[in-house]
Design a binder for this molecule. Structure first.
Ligand SMILES: Cc1ncc(COP(=O)(O)O)c(C=O)c1O
Length: 310
């Protein structure tokens, strides 16, 4: 089943302790429930010949801390403690592969918009997960959203905050209502930005294009991984603003994300992309990416943290 659900999860790390799934609860008057005051991560752990391995563990905890710094959230645990918790939830739940969800959020302590006095909680949960986007292997059909991604200096796009995902929900729900699996949002200036939960790349005449950091994107860890793979290949990477119409006339378009991994896009707004099937550059990058995360190619950037050797 596509998507994220925690049906097989038994234990969740909650403020330093493992608690049973049913007991991992917060008060309805928690600041986060009313104002979206959270910073979270989505990461994956892969089944490798050396056992489960978390992909880019330290980069995810770094991004949480950066998001918390932007939002003036003092995290009551160190990066190392959060990394340890991620590894621990994989172990105690007995997962060989998993989707990982660390989250830092403001709890109950008053409901003024000013969060002063609200305690900060940290939770790390894990669940088993296959493809995030339904039909990912054969390529997905998507739309350009009627919703715009947040403008610069409104919600900081570089912080993976819960509040940003109200915008993502609008993009996602509209796409599904219209019969697509995902939407691509434009930025406030009308340039291509990202999917509701993915970065985007397009291939044209042997060059690979992706929107720059300043285009209100979440600076994806998978995006960075794919950029590294492009730079070590014969392909040329171009980070620049992308006009909407460039999507329709691209040779290939694909999403990247911890959940979506590398997902080819075969149709946008009912217009076939390239030959209307996953293209060769997308597939080549996807294969290289999976060869590393499955432990088949050398892990030259030290992307994997082996749970059993931790
Ligand atoms: C809005 C958005 N953009 C991009 C991404 C991809 O980021 P990453 O590759 O770090 O998962 C995500 C997923 O976390 C996302 O939610």
């Amino acid at each position: 089943m596509a998507g994220i659900n925690f049906k097989g999860t038994e234990q969740i790390w909650f403020d330093g302790k493992m608690v049973p799934f049913e007991k991992a609860q917060v008060h309805v008057l928690s600041h986060v429930v009313h104002y979206g005051s959270s910073i979270f991560e989505g990461a994956r752990c892969y089944d490798t010949p050396r056992g489960p391995a978390v992909f880019r563990l330290k980069d995810h905890s770094k991004r949480i801390y950066n998001g918390c710094k932007i939002y003036r959230i003092e995290v009551p645990f160190t990066k190392q403690q959060i990394d340890d918790a991620v590894v621990e939830v994989v172990k105690v739940n007995g997962f060989r592969s998993a989707y990982l969800r660390p989250i830092v959020f403001r709890g109950y302590g008053g409901l003024g918009v000013n969060p002063a006095g609200c305690p900060v909680h940290v939770v790390v949960a894990a669940c088993e997960m296959g493809d995030y986007l339904a039909g990912a292997a054969n390529g997905v059909k998507v739309q350009v959203s009627s919703w715009t991604r947040m403008a610069p200096n409104t919600f900081p796009a570089m912080a993976k905050s819960g509040a940003n995902y109200m915008n993502s929900q609008l993009i996602k729900m509209e796409a599904i209502a219209n019969g697509f699996v995902e939407g691509i949002a434009l930025d406030a200036f009308g340039y291509v930005c990202e999917g509701s939960g993915e970065n985007i790349f397009l291939v044209k005449d042997g060059k690979v294009f992706t929107p720059p950091v300043g285009a209100s994107i979440l600076v994806g860890i998978t995006r960075d991984s794919i950029i590294k793979l492009i730079k070590e290949s014969e392909l040329e990477l171009v980070e620049r603003n992308i006009a909407r119409e460039e999507l329709y006339i691209a040779d290939e378009v694909f999403f990247t994300g911890s959940a979506a991994e590398v997902t080819p896009i075969v149709e946008i707004d009912h217009i076939g992309i390239g030959e209307g099937k996953p293209g060769p550059v997308t597939m080549q990058l996807k294969e290289k990416f999976f060869a590393i995360i499955n432990g088949e190619s050398p892990d030259k950037w030290n992307w994997l943290t082996y749970v059993n050797e931790y």
